[in-house]
Design a protein around this ligand. Structure first.
Ligand code: AMP
Length: 293
């Protein structure tokens, strides 16, 4: 399985990717995690990316493509992968397509996680990470709780907010995602028939089920949410099913035409019969007349 996970920051694609790692036995490749590792190790790339990430912008395409090229050449990516947070621009999507066509390993699916913007702001600005045990909490929905203990011997978490989870930065990240990723990149993939939209709101287990259902449906079929555009819905009809569907429509139309034609004839007969009955009734002698006779 070679899958691309697309979704706004906070849409839960990282969490779902971790679950699918176990399910399919393929690695999750998160470009955000790779960049954060560079940042924490203080590499030249990390130092370059630091300010861009803190401001909610995007690291340049050339750098991101180089990161992905190197990562996809590692042995574990040979059996498949989940790309989490990549591609984020059309240039990255183009570069990835070329890379995969050179390797002869095309994508199987592009999953688009959809969550309402207000929900995303709540999720991200409320997110806290424990610096010691690395567990992720949310002050609104899942506040840091002990037990379970943080690290052995310590009963309290040391939670911090990621700099890019500050509310202003979150809004900027969502704006950049909408402008550079959601519209253009999903547009790039819309002609491939690979895009599946998943309603990513609600319980995590429910979202995982929706995701697995969507992926197992295969063949470019949309499962979890109706297709937003007519064009996408049309593409879902398998080409071989079209003539049959057309034939059925023709038969239905012919039958309807016949029915319409039949109606006046039936009415005519009914009217004739009614007229006959009326005449017959008039012709019948009344009781009084028969008595007189
Ligand atoms: P994430 O953890 O996926 O939200 O990524 C955190 C930050 O890393 C993003 O806000 C960007 O600044 C940067 N980043 C991650 N992936 C990419 C990418 N594919 N292209 C450009 N910048 C990226």
């Amino acid at each position: 399985m070679r899958i691309v996970f697309m979704g706004a920051p906070g849409s839960g694609k990282g969490t779902q990717a971790q679950r699918l790692v176990k399910h399919f036995g393929i690695p999750q490749i998160s470009t955000g995690d790779i960049l954060r590792k560079h940042l924490s190790e203080g590499t030249p790339l990390g130092l370059r990316a630091k300010e861009i990430m803190a401001a909610g912008g995007y690291v340049d395409d050339e750098t991101m493509l180089a990161i992905i090229r190197a990562r996809l050449s590692e042995p574990d990516a040979g059996k498949g992968f989940i790309l989490d947070g990549f591609p984020r621009t059309v240039a990255q999507a183009n570069g990835l397509s070329k890379m995969l066509s050179d390797l002869g390993t095309p994508l199987d699916a592009v999953v688009l996680f959809e969550v309402d913007n207000d929900q995303l702001i709540k999720r991200l600005s409320g997110r806290r990470v424990c610096e010691l045990c690395k567990n992720v909490f949310n002050v609104h929905t899942a506040p840091p709780s002990v037990p379970p203990e943080c690290v052995p011997g310590r009963s309290e978490h040391q939670v911090v907010q990621r700099p890019d989870d500050a509310e202003d930065t979150v809004r900027e990240r969502l704006r950049v995602y909408e402008e550079k990723t959601r519209k253009p990149v999903s547009g790039f993939y819309s002609y491939t028939g690979l895009v599946r939209t998943v309603d990513a709101e609600g319980d995590i287990d429910v979202v995982t089920k929706r995701l697995l259902d969507t992926l197992s449906a295969g063949g470019g079929t949309l499962v979890s949410k109706p297709a937003p555009k007519k064009r996408a819905a049309k593409r879902r009809v398998a080409p071989q099913a079209k003539p049959k569907a057309r034939a059925r429509k023709v038969v239905r139309k012919q039958a309807a035409r016949k029915a319409v034609k039949k109606k006046p004839a039936r009415r005519k007969v009914a009217r004739k019969r009614a007229a006959v009955r009326k005449v017959a009734r008039k012709a019948r002698p009344t009781r009084r007349a028969s008595k007189r006779r």
